[in-house]
Design a protein around this ligand. Sequence first.
Ligand code: ADP
Ligand code: ZN
Ligand code: ZN
Length: 748
Amino acid sequence: MTGLFVRVAVDQPMPVLFDYRYALPDAPAVGMLVQVPFGRREVVGLICEIAHSSDVPAEKLRAVTAVCDGCAPLSDAWIALAAFAADYYQRGLGEVALPALPQALRDASRWNRLFAVEPRYRLLPEGRAQLPDALPARASALRRLAEALAEQPSLALSDARALHPKASVTFDDWLARGWIETATTQTVEPDANAHVLPTGAAPLPILTDEQRDAVDAISGAQGFAPFLLHGVTGSGKTEVYLHALAVLLAARPDAQALVLVPEINLTPQFEAAFRARFSALADGSIVTMHSGLAEGERARNWLAAHTGSARIVLGTRLAILASMPQLAMIVVDEEHDPAYKQQEGLRYSARDLAIYRAKQLDIPVVLGSATPSLETWWQAEQGRYTRLTLTRRAVAEAALPAVKLIDLEEERRRGRASVEGLAGPLIAALKTRVERGEQSLVFLNRRGYAPILSCDACGWVAGCPRCSAYAVLHKPERALRCHHCGWESRIPKSCPDCGNIDIAPMGRGTQRVEETLASVVPGARVLRIDADSTRRKGSAQALFSDVHAGEVDILVGTQMIAKGHDFRRVTLVGVLNADTALFSHDFRASERLFAQLTQVSGRAGRAGLPGEVMIQTRYPRHALYQALSRQDYVGFANSTLAERRDARLPPFVYQAMLRAEGRTLEAALKFLEDAAAAFAPLPGADRVTVYDAVPLTIVKVFNVHRAQLLLESASRAALQASLRAWQPALRSLKGVLRWNVEVDPLDV
Ligand code: ADP
Ligand code: ZN
Ligand code: ZN
């Protein structure tokens, strides 16, 4: 059939494009979003090809129902990036491209509103002078409006309505009085003379020689240039990013940069630093992108990146797929962080995609870390990434903290008291800090009160009825909670099996340590930060500001407190319960532990006062702790790499994991065994090893049984090719609820 046709990617688990007739007045273009009928629904899709004939029989061809003409087409480069990710992670293009767009764009009914030019209002000098006195004293909503106008260069009507429902009427009145004016455009054209460096605010720190060398190397790079910025904690990696970005943005008035951080909680700290430094850029030049944004804001920020008005996009892993037509540099801070790996849906690594994107666009990419992932370290060792090293802390007086190992066996042998799992020397050190008015941080990676609630008389242990896991005791919430499926119940008063009322918590979580600290360090203001204490939106931010404001003496928490925060008054870090990770069956456990402990240790002594780290352990002679106490990442990395090479583990081999979820474990295992039988190595390609199907450690979650099958090859290309060839066989297998293939899995 001939005519005008478009081939459209839609969010369906099928690696194909769908043909549609095109008969709308606007000419179609590759990269445009369209609304198309799909089955009985209308969905949004992406035009990937335009054609003048179609092999689909005429009676089966349906027509495009709408085109999103307000949104400039996505670029070929962006589509190529999505196509690469789809291919690499064994998905369909639409499954990658569409979820990467903000929700508002994926709903055609919202296009009109999204692209309608929203009125904005700006305060005039007369208004600034007269408004405060003109408002009735009790008109608090009006006052909020006036304050918002005074604080921002211009205010959008929708934001104003959120402050005052009748904002529109009020603005008409204020317009008539000459207090405000309309400001239709928010996006200011990039100003060729824009001064990117600050105009007099805080003075720029003078870079250390090491920082200067790093900035010069990055700024002098031509084309694709991957850098590993390996800098000890507190060495001022952020300052290196800021300077390198300043050079770039000043040199090219249209250039855009993407800065990734691992955690949503770190974006405000970064955002503040970036806004302060680049205050001379036009309004709206810095936008954030993470899952915590409201939908409207997410869409606005995405569009700002897409139109090029945003010069810097600061975001979490999902921002790696932002559309940025003038992208000229990518920064991945704390590149080793497992949070860069998406763990559901499209299981991508934002760090790895950053490398690909930089290569595709021929631009520099900077991976920063105090403890690079061994994958990255190995690339640097081979000379594929340029290594830039910051060996010292940036603040002249700040030395790296001294790491001390508290031998718990020795404490016990000598009969020295430890209270509820806190060793004597740690308690004493905490007390000293409180007396001196310094802050301490106590880290353990387990939330809740106690991981186990059990009965001494009959051996009953509280478990989740839906999972093969213990239920965790949460004391403040008076609940037993399953950390895997969210199941919750009240704490039983007696043993449900034998009636014994002496059921007791075993082990320690953050809540219990918080309770203990309050009693062993009297008078200390103890604050807990973990997923439970920060459930409400914005509460993490509020808690962190209490710490920065000095309203806390001892901060207890999980890895949430370990990452990136620049706590200026913390001089002591205590680490509890780290030993469990030493004996994990996961070969990456020690790498993660080393990184985590380095990160948390790095919170101590950042601003001149000497820092100290105390790690409680039963294995003080373990090589990991020894390397940690010497602050010897390089030694640790090289010896761990040597072990990996001997054991033929990543980064020396490439892995993929097929996971299946069934109503029974037998069903899941059978699926994997059938899949393994259907796996055919490609002729002539390198060997791909298929291991036995095994149940996951926590085999049952929410009544679903889980098992996995590992594939491995020394050749990435061979693995990729055989995974691709395997897909049709996998799709034809039945008998499980779900299955997925994960390429480069982190948890093996
Ligand atoms: P990292 O990310 O490497 O752990 P940060 O970027 O958080 O380190 O920097 C640590 C501290 O050092 C920050 O408070 C920062 O403002 C400060 N700093 C960075 N570079 C300099 C410098 N050249 N001179 C003075 N202070 C600096
Ligand atoms: Zn019992
Ligand atoms: Zn559960």
